[in-house]
Design a protein around this ligand. Structure first.
Ligand code: PMP
Length: 443
Protein backbone atom coordinates (compact mmCIF):
# COMPACT_ATOMS: atom_id res chain seq x y z
CA UNK A 1 0.00 0.00 0.00
CA UNK A 2 1.07 3.58 -0.50
CA UNK A 3 1.27 3.88 3.27
CA UNK A 4 4.25 1.57 3.26
CA UNK A 5 6.09 3.68 0.74
CA UNK A 6 7.23 6.47 3.00
CA UNK A 7 10.86 7.43 2.74
CA UNK A 8 11.68 6.30 6.22
CA UNK A 9 9.38 3.37 6.83
CA UNK A 10 10.09 0.63 4.32
CA UNK A 11 13.32 -0.61 5.79
CA UNK A 12 12.15 -4.18 5.66
CA UNK A 13 11.09 -4.29 2.00
CA UNK A 14 11.53 -7.72 0.55
CA UNK A 15 11.41 -9.21 -2.92
CA UNK A 16 9.02 -6.62 -4.32
CA UNK A 17 11.54 -3.89 -3.62
CA UNK A 18 12.21 -3.13 -7.28
CA UNK A 19 8.51 -2.90 -8.23
CA UNK A 20 7.65 -0.84 -5.18
CA UNK A 21 10.41 1.61 -6.03
CA UNK A 22 9.07 1.99 -9.58
CA UNK A 23 5.59 2.62 -8.26
CA UNK A 24 7.06 5.04 -5.71
CA UNK A 25 8.74 7.10 -8.45
CA UNK A 26 5.53 7.24 -10.47
CA UNK A 27 3.58 8.48 -7.48
CA UNK A 28 6.33 10.98 -6.77
CA UNK A 29 6.12 12.21 -10.38
CA UNK A 30 2.39 12.58 -10.07
CA UNK A 31 2.32 14.47 -6.77
CA UNK A 32 5.79 15.97 -6.58
CA UNK A 33 5.96 17.99 -9.80
CA UNK A 34 2.78 20.03 -9.68
CA UNK A 35 3.42 20.85 -6.05
CA UNK A 36 7.05 21.79 -6.58
CA UNK A 37 6.17 24.03 -9.50
CA UNK A 38 4.13 26.44 -7.40
CA UNK A 39 6.94 28.86 -6.49
CA UNK A 40 4.77 31.41 -4.71
CA UNK A 41 3.71 28.72 -2.26
CA UNK A 42 7.16 28.14 -0.74
CA UNK A 43 9.87 29.92 1.13
CA UNK A 44 12.60 27.59 0.00
CA UNK A 45 15.21 30.33 -0.33
CA UNK A 46 15.33 32.56 2.70
CA UNK A 47 17.24 35.81 2.40
CA UNK A 48 17.81 36.10 6.08
CA UNK A 49 16.47 35.32 9.49
CA UNK A 50 15.87 38.33 11.62
CA UNK A 51 17.62 38.89 14.88
CA UNK A 52 14.42 38.53 16.87
CA UNK A 53 15.14 34.97 17.95
CA UNK A 54 14.61 33.54 14.47
CA UNK A 55 10.95 34.32 14.89
CA UNK A 56 10.62 35.91 11.49
CA UNK A 57 12.27 35.29 8.15
CA UNK A 58 12.63 37.16 4.89
CA UNK A 59 12.22 35.44 1.53
CA UNK A 60 14.56 36.16 -1.36
CA UNK A 61 11.99 37.62 -3.71
CA UNK A 62 11.60 40.51 -1.32
CA UNK A 63 8.31 39.38 0.06
CA UNK A 64 7.79 41.07 3.38
CA UNK A 65 8.86 39.53 6.65
CA UNK A 66 7.00 36.37 7.68
CA UNK A 67 6.23 34.95 11.09
CA UNK A 68 8.27 31.77 11.22
CA UNK A 69 6.17 28.78 12.29
CA UNK A 70 8.49 26.24 10.73
CA UNK A 71 11.80 26.53 12.57
CA UNK A 72 12.97 24.02 15.19
CA UNK A 73 14.15 26.97 17.24
CA UNK A 74 12.23 25.69 20.25
CA UNK A 75 13.85 27.84 22.93
CA UNK A 76 14.68 30.86 20.77
CA UNK A 77 18.46 30.37 21.02
CA UNK A 78 18.92 30.51 17.23
CA UNK A 79 19.71 34.21 17.25
CA UNK A 80 21.53 36.87 19.21
CA UNK A 81 21.33 36.06 22.92
CA UNK A 82 22.62 38.30 25.66
CA UNK A 83 24.57 35.45 27.31
CA UNK A 84 25.48 33.10 24.43
CA UNK A 85 26.40 35.48 21.62
CA UNK A 86 29.30 37.39 23.29
CA UNK A 87 30.81 34.03 24.30
CA UNK A 88 30.43 32.61 20.80
CA UNK A 89 32.13 35.71 19.33
CA UNK A 90 34.95 35.43 21.88
CA UNK A 91 35.40 31.76 20.97
CA UNK A 92 35.55 32.64 17.29
CA UNK A 93 38.38 35.06 18.08
CA UNK A 94 40.25 32.70 20.41
CA UNK A 95 39.85 29.53 18.37
CA UNK A 96 38.56 29.67 14.79
CA UNK A 97 35.47 28.67 12.78
CA UNK A 98 36.96 25.20 12.32
CA UNK A 99 39.67 23.05 13.93
CA UNK A 100 40.42 21.60 10.46
CA UNK A 101 41.37 18.39 12.28
CA UNK A 102 39.68 15.23 13.44
CA UNK A 103 39.20 14.66 17.14
CA UNK A 104 42.18 12.32 17.43
CA UNK A 105 44.54 14.42 15.30
CA UNK A 106 44.58 17.75 17.08
CA UNK A 107 40.89 18.56 16.73
CA UNK A 108 40.08 18.12 20.43
CA UNK A 109 40.21 21.45 22.25
CA UNK A 110 39.45 22.05 25.93
CA UNK A 111 36.10 23.30 24.68
CA UNK A 112 35.25 19.91 23.16
CA UNK A 113 35.99 18.18 26.45
CA UNK A 114 33.95 20.79 28.36
CA UNK A 115 31.06 20.31 25.94
CA UNK A 116 31.04 16.54 26.45
CA UNK A 117 31.09 16.89 30.22
CA UNK A 118 28.34 19.49 30.04
CA UNK A 119 26.12 17.33 27.79
CA UNK A 120 26.61 14.20 29.92
CA UNK A 121 25.65 16.15 33.04
CA UNK A 122 22.65 17.75 31.32
CA UNK A 123 21.16 14.54 29.92
CA UNK A 124 21.96 12.53 33.07
CA UNK A 125 24.46 9.98 31.79
CA UNK A 126 28.04 9.23 32.92
CA UNK A 127 29.67 10.24 29.60
CA UNK A 128 28.98 11.71 26.15
CA UNK A 129 30.59 12.03 22.74
CA UNK A 130 29.76 14.86 20.31
CA UNK A 131 29.74 14.95 16.52
CA UNK A 132 29.64 17.77 13.96
CA UNK A 133 26.25 16.76 12.58
CA UNK A 134 23.10 15.29 14.09
CA UNK A 135 22.27 13.21 11.03
CA UNK A 136 25.72 11.64 11.03
CA UNK A 137 25.45 10.85 14.73
CA UNK A 138 22.69 8.34 14.01
CA UNK A 139 23.91 7.08 10.68
CA UNK A 140 27.51 6.58 11.81
CA UNK A 141 26.91 5.28 15.33
CA UNK A 142 24.47 2.49 14.60
CA UNK A 143 26.92 0.53 12.39
CA UNK A 144 29.45 0.69 15.24
CA UNK A 145 26.99 -0.47 17.87
CA UNK A 146 25.57 -3.43 15.98
CA UNK A 147 26.31 -5.54 12.89
CA UNK A 148 25.60 -8.85 11.21
CA UNK A 149 24.00 -11.26 13.66
CA UNK A 150 22.37 -8.40 15.55
CA UNK A 151 18.73 -7.33 15.46
CA UNK A 152 17.43 -3.77 15.26
CA UNK A 153 13.77 -3.19 16.09
CA UNK A 154 12.84 0.26 14.86
CA UNK A 155 9.70 2.38 15.23
CA UNK A 156 8.04 2.58 11.80
CA UNK A 157 8.25 6.39 11.79
CA UNK A 158 11.87 6.77 12.89
CA UNK A 159 13.91 9.48 11.16
CA UNK A 160 15.79 8.83 7.93
CA UNK A 161 19.19 9.14 9.71
CA UNK A 162 18.20 6.14 11.87
CA UNK A 163 16.96 4.20 8.85
CA UNK A 164 20.25 4.80 7.04
CA UNK A 165 22.31 3.92 10.10
CA UNK A 166 20.29 0.74 10.61
CA UNK A 167 20.66 -0.27 6.96
CA UNK A 168 24.39 0.47 6.98
CA UNK A 169 24.93 -1.68 10.07
CA UNK A 170 24.21 -4.97 8.30
CA UNK A 171 22.02 -6.06 11.24
CA UNK A 172 18.62 -7.65 10.63
CA UNK A 173 15.91 -4.99 10.80
CA UNK A 174 12.35 -5.39 12.02
CA UNK A 175 9.89 -2.53 12.26
CA UNK A 176 7.18 -2.16 14.89
CA UNK A 177 3.99 -0.14 14.50
CA UNK A 178 4.57 3.47 15.35
CA UNK A 179 4.65 4.08 19.12
CA UNK A 180 2.79 0.83 19.83
CA UNK A 181 4.44 -1.05 22.72
CA UNK A 182 2.15 -4.09 22.32
CA UNK A 183 3.36 -4.55 18.74
CA UNK A 184 6.99 -4.11 19.84
CA UNK A 185 6.42 -6.95 22.29
CA UNK A 186 4.86 -9.08 19.55
CA UNK A 187 7.90 -8.52 17.31
CA UNK A 188 10.27 -9.33 20.18
CA UNK A 189 8.31 -12.46 21.07
CA UNK A 190 8.60 -13.68 17.48
CA UNK A 191 12.37 -13.33 17.74
CA UNK A 192 13.10 -14.69 21.20
CA UNK A 193 11.45 -16.40 24.11
CA UNK A 194 10.77 -14.20 27.10
CA UNK A 195 13.45 -14.36 29.81
CA UNK A 196 15.95 -16.26 27.65
CA UNK A 197 19.49 -15.30 28.71
CA UNK A 198 21.41 -13.15 26.22
CA UNK A 199 23.93 -15.95 25.59
CA UNK A 200 21.28 -18.45 24.46
CA UNK A 201 19.49 -16.33 21.90
CA UNK A 202 19.65 -16.35 18.10
CA UNK A 203 20.76 -12.70 18.14
CA UNK A 204 24.12 -11.40 19.30
CA UNK A 205 22.43 -8.21 20.40
CA UNK A 206 19.02 -6.52 20.11
CA UNK A 207 18.59 -2.75 19.95
CA UNK A 208 15.17 -1.09 20.06
CA UNK A 209 15.20 2.41 18.53
CA UNK A 210 12.66 5.12 19.33
CA UNK A 211 12.41 8.91 19.26
CA UNK A 212 11.51 11.19 22.18
CA UNK A 213 9.13 13.34 20.13
CA UNK A 214 8.27 12.21 16.62
CA UNK A 215 8.99 15.07 14.23
CA UNK A 216 6.16 14.45 11.77
CA UNK A 217 3.59 13.40 14.39
CA UNK A 218 4.31 15.64 17.37
CA UNK A 219 3.79 12.63 19.62
CA UNK A 220 5.69 11.80 22.79
CA UNK A 221 7.28 8.37 22.88
CA UNK A 222 5.55 5.80 25.10
CA UNK A 223 8.92 5.40 26.77
CA UNK A 224 7.99 3.84 30.14
CA UNK A 225 6.11 0.99 28.43
CA UNK A 226 8.85 0.50 25.84
CA UNK A 227 11.56 0.36 28.50
CA UNK A 228 9.59 -2.21 30.51
CA UNK A 229 9.36 -4.44 27.41
CA UNK A 230 13.06 -3.99 26.59
CA UNK A 231 13.96 -5.01 30.14
CA UNK A 232 11.71 -8.07 29.96
CA UNK A 233 13.35 -9.26 26.73
CA UNK A 234 16.84 -7.96 27.58
CA UNK A 235 17.06 -5.63 24.59
CA UNK A 236 19.03 -2.38 24.57
CA UNK A 237 17.16 0.92 24.17
CA UNK A 238 18.33 3.69 21.83
CA UNK A 239 16.49 7.00 22.25
CA UNK A 240 16.78 9.86 19.71
CA UNK A 241 15.92 13.09 21.50
CA UNK A 242 16.50 15.48 18.56
CA UNK A 243 13.12 17.16 19.16
CA UNK A 244 12.71 16.62 22.88
CA UNK A 245 16.01 17.50 24.54
CA UNK A 246 15.85 21.07 25.79
CA UNK A 247 12.24 21.41 24.64
CA UNK A 248 10.33 19.40 27.25
CA UNK A 249 10.72 18.46 30.91
CA UNK A 250 10.73 20.81 33.90
CA UNK A 251 14.41 21.68 33.46
CA UNK A 252 14.56 20.92 29.72
CA UNK A 253 16.07 17.47 30.14
CA UNK A 254 13.76 15.86 27.62
CA UNK A 255 11.24 13.04 27.65
CA UNK A 256 12.85 11.11 30.51
CA UNK A 257 12.31 14.08 32.80
CA UNK A 258 8.83 14.73 31.42
CA UNK A 259 7.65 11.12 31.72
CA UNK A 260 9.46 10.28 34.96
CA UNK A 261 11.86 7.77 33.39
CA UNK A 262 15.21 7.08 35.07
CA UNK A 263 17.93 7.82 32.48
CA UNK A 264 19.81 4.77 33.79
CA UNK A 265 17.07 2.72 32.07
CA UNK A 266 17.90 4.11 28.61
CA UNK A 267 21.10 2.49 27.35
CA UNK A 268 21.99 4.86 24.52
CA UNK A 269 20.78 8.46 24.47
CA UNK A 270 21.16 10.40 21.25
CA UNK A 271 20.25 13.99 20.49
CA UNK A 272 21.01 16.97 18.28
CA UNK A 273 22.01 20.56 19.03
CA UNK A 274 20.21 21.96 15.98
CA UNK A 275 16.87 22.52 17.64
CA UNK A 276 16.62 23.69 21.25
CA UNK A 277 20.24 24.87 21.47
CA UNK A 278 20.37 26.94 18.27
CA UNK A 279 23.65 25.36 17.15
CA UNK A 280 24.75 22.33 15.12
CA UNK A 281 25.96 18.81 15.82
CA UNK A 282 24.78 15.79 17.75
CA UNK A 283 25.67 13.64 20.77
CA UNK A 284 25.61 10.12 22.07
CA UNK A 285 25.44 9.73 25.85
CA UNK A 286 25.77 6.51 27.80
CA UNK A 287 28.04 4.56 30.13
CA UNK A 288 31.74 5.44 30.37
CA UNK A 289 32.57 2.07 28.77
CA UNK A 290 30.25 2.70 25.80
CA UNK A 291 31.69 6.16 25.12
CA UNK A 292 35.26 4.88 25.49
CA UNK A 293 34.46 2.10 23.00
CA UNK A 294 33.00 4.61 20.52
CA UNK A 295 36.09 6.82 20.83
CA UNK A 296 38.26 3.94 19.66
CA UNK A 297 35.98 2.58 16.97
CA UNK A 298 33.61 5.13 15.48
CA UNK A 299 34.83 6.40 12.08
CA UNK A 300 32.86 9.64 12.47
CA UNK A 301 34.93 10.35 15.58
CA UNK A 302 38.26 9.17 14.18
CA UNK A 303 38.08 10.56 10.66
CA UNK A 304 35.71 13.54 10.67
CA UNK A 305 36.61 17.12 11.56
CA UNK A 306 35.55 17.96 15.09
CA UNK A 307 32.56 20.18 15.80
CA UNK A 308 33.22 23.87 15.16
CA UNK A 309 34.42 25.65 18.36
CA UNK A 310 31.90 28.55 18.17
CA UNK A 311 29.11 25.98 17.69
CA UNK A 312 30.41 24.10 20.75
CA UNK A 313 30.43 27.30 22.80
CA UNK A 314 26.85 28.09 21.71
CA UNK A 315 25.72 24.72 23.10
CA UNK A 316 27.57 25.09 26.41
CA UNK A 317 26.22 28.63 26.89
CA UNK A 318 22.66 27.64 25.97
CA UNK A 319 22.75 24.76 28.48
CA UNK A 320 24.01 27.18 31.15
CA UNK A 321 21.11 29.53 30.43
CA UNK A 322 18.64 26.62 30.56
CA UNK A 323 20.02 25.55 33.95
CA UNK A 324 20.11 29.11 35.30
CA UNK A 325 23.92 29.02 35.55
CA UNK A 326 24.10 32.37 33.77
CA UNK A 327 22.69 33.85 36.98
CA UNK A 328 19.27 34.62 35.48
CA UNK A 329 15.90 32.92 35.35
CA UNK A 330 15.67 33.30 31.54
CA UNK A 331 16.11 29.56 30.97
CA UNK A 332 13.29 28.63 33.33
CA UNK A 333 11.08 31.26 31.73
CA UNK A 334 11.80 29.92 28.24
CA UNK A 335 10.76 26.44 29.39
CA UNK A 336 7.53 27.71 30.88
CA UNK A 337 6.88 29.77 27.75
CA UNK A 338 7.37 26.94 25.26
CA UNK A 339 5.01 24.72 27.24
CA UNK A 340 2.35 27.41 27.59
CA UNK A 341 2.70 28.47 23.94
CA UNK A 342 2.46 24.89 22.70
CA UNK A 343 -0.53 23.96 24.83
CA UNK A 344 -2.35 27.21 24.00
CA UNK A 345 -1.77 26.87 20.24
CA UNK A 346 -2.77 23.21 20.14
CA UNK A 347 -5.99 23.69 22.08
CA UNK A 348 -7.01 26.76 20.04
CA UNK A 349 -6.48 24.86 16.78
CA UNK A 350 -8.56 21.98 18.10
CA UNK A 351 -11.34 24.33 19.19
CA UNK A 352 -11.43 25.75 15.64
CA UNK A 353 -12.11 22.27 14.26
CA UNK A 354 -8.68 21.32 12.88
CA UNK A 355 -7.37 17.81 13.25
CA UNK A 356 -4.11 18.26 15.12
CA UNK A 357 -1.79 15.34 15.83
CA UNK A 358 0.47 14.93 18.82
CA UNK A 359 0.44 15.31 22.57
CA UNK A 360 0.19 18.16 25.03
CA UNK A 361 3.55 19.78 25.88
CA UNK A 362 4.93 18.86 22.45
CA UNK A 363 5.96 21.96 20.42
CA UNK A 364 5.51 19.97 17.18
CA UNK A 365 1.96 20.33 15.85
CA UNK A 366 0.91 18.69 12.60
CA UNK A 367 -2.38 20.05 11.18
CA UNK A 368 -3.85 17.43 8.89
CA UNK A 369 -4.56 18.44 5.29
CA UNK A 370 -4.87 14.81 4.08
CA UNK A 371 -5.11 15.53 0.35
CA UNK A 372 -1.65 16.52 -0.96
CA UNK A 373 -3.32 18.74 -3.56
CA UNK A 374 -4.29 21.10 -0.70
CA UNK A 375 -0.66 21.77 0.18
CA UNK A 376 0.21 24.60 -2.25
CA UNK A 377 -3.01 26.49 -1.53
CA UNK A 378 -2.57 26.22 2.23
CA UNK A 379 1.05 27.30 2.12
CA UNK A 380 0.48 30.12 -0.39
CA UNK A 381 -2.51 31.60 1.45
CA UNK A 382 -0.59 31.59 4.76
CA UNK A 383 2.40 33.25 3.08
CA UNK A 384 0.14 35.93 1.61
CA UNK A 385 -0.69 36.83 5.21
CA UNK A 386 3.02 36.71 6.14
CA UNK A 387 2.86 33.45 8.03
CA UNK A 388 5.45 30.85 6.97
CA UNK A 389 4.45 27.23 7.60
CA UNK A 390 6.19 24.02 6.62
CA UNK A 391 4.04 21.51 4.76
CA UNK A 392 4.94 17.86 4.61
CA UNK A 393 3.78 15.23 2.16
CA UNK A 394 4.72 11.99 0.50
CA UNK A 395 7.35 10.52 0.70
CA UNK A 396 7.94 12.00 4.18
CA UNK A 397 4.38 10.97 5.15
CA UNK A 398 1.99 8.38 3.72
CA UNK A 399 0.45 9.50 0.43
CA UNK A 400 -2.91 10.68 1.73
CA UNK A 401 -1.73 11.99 5.08
CA UNK A 402 -0.29 15.35 3.99
CA UNK A 403 -0.01 17.92 6.74
CA UNK A 404 1.21 21.34 7.75
CA UNK A 405 3.79 20.94 10.49
CA UNK A 406 3.84 23.84 12.94
CA UNK A 407 6.78 24.23 15.32
CA UNK A 408 6.17 26.47 18.29
CA UNK A 409 8.96 28.43 19.94
CA UNK A 410 9.42 30.05 23.33
CA UNK A 411 10.27 33.18 21.36
CA UNK A 412 6.75 33.48 19.93
CA UNK A 413 4.69 36.03 21.81
CA UNK A 414 1.00 35.63 22.60
CA UNK A 415 0.30 38.27 19.91
CA UNK A 416 2.30 36.27 17.35
CA UNK A 417 0.32 33.16 18.16
CA UNK A 418 -3.04 34.92 18.05
CA UNK A 419 -2.17 36.42 14.65
CA UNK A 420 -1.07 33.02 13.37
CA UNK A 421 -4.27 31.39 14.63
CA UNK A 422 -6.41 33.99 12.86
CA UNK A 423 -4.55 33.41 9.59
CA UNK A 424 -4.62 29.62 9.87
CA UNK A 425 -8.33 29.68 10.70
CA UNK A 426 -9.12 31.82 7.68
CA UNK A 427 -6.95 29.68 5.38
CA UNK A 428 -8.43 26.52 6.91
CA UNK A 429 -11.93 27.66 5.87
CA UNK A 430 -10.70 28.55 2.40
CA UNK A 431 -8.93 25.25 1.80
CA UNK A 432 -11.53 23.14 3.61
CA UNK A 433 -9.52 21.40 6.31
CA UNK A 434 -11.63 21.95 9.42
CA UNK A 435 -12.72 18.37 9.82
CA UNK A 436 -14.48 18.76 13.18
CA UNK A 437 -17.23 21.17 14.26
CA UNK A 438 -15.76 24.24 15.95
CA UNK A 439 -16.35 24.57 19.70
CA UNK A 440 -18.86 27.30 20.56
CA UNK A 441 -17.29 30.41 22.13
CA UNK A 442 -17.66 30.44 25.94
CA UNK A 443 -19.77 33.37 27.18
N1 PMP B 1 17.03 12.74 14.38
C1 PMP B 1 15.79 13.27 14.22
C2 PMP B 1 14.63 12.63 14.92
C3 PMP B 1 15.60 14.41 13.42
O1 PMP B 1 14.37 14.92 13.28
C4 PMP B 1 16.72 14.99 12.77
C5 PMP B 1 16.59 16.20 11.87
N2 PMP B 1 15.57 17.03 12.08
C6 PMP B 1 17.98 14.40 12.94
C7 PMP B 1 18.09 13.27 13.75
C8 PMP B 1 19.18 14.96 12.26
O2 PMP B 1 19.64 16.07 12.94
P1 PMP B 1 20.39 17.31 12.28
O3 PMP B 1 19.38 18.08 11.49
O4 PMP B 1 20.86 18.04 13.47
O5 PMP B 1 21.48 16.78 11.42
Amino acid sequence: SANNLQGYAPICLGLEDFYIRRLYHRIQDCFGRPIASAPDAWFDVVERYSNDNNKTLKRTNNVSRCLNLGSYNYLGFAAADEYCTPRVIETLKNYSPSTCSSRVDGGTTALHNDLEECVARFVGKPAALVFGMGYVTNSAILPVLIGKGGLIISDSLNHNSIVNGARGSGATIRVFQHNTPSHLEEVLREQIAEGQPRTHRPWKKIIVIVEGIYSMEGELCKLPEIIAICKKYKAYTYLDEAHSIGAVGKTGRGVCELLGVDTADVDIMMGTFTKSFGSCGGYIAGSKELIQYLKYTCPAHLYATSISPPAAEQIISAIKVILGEDGSSRGAQKLIRIRENSNFFRSELQKMGFEVLGDNDSPVMPIMLYNPAKIPAFSRECLKQNVAVVTVAFPATPLLLARARICISASHTKEDLIKALEVISMVGDLVGIKYFPAEPEKQ
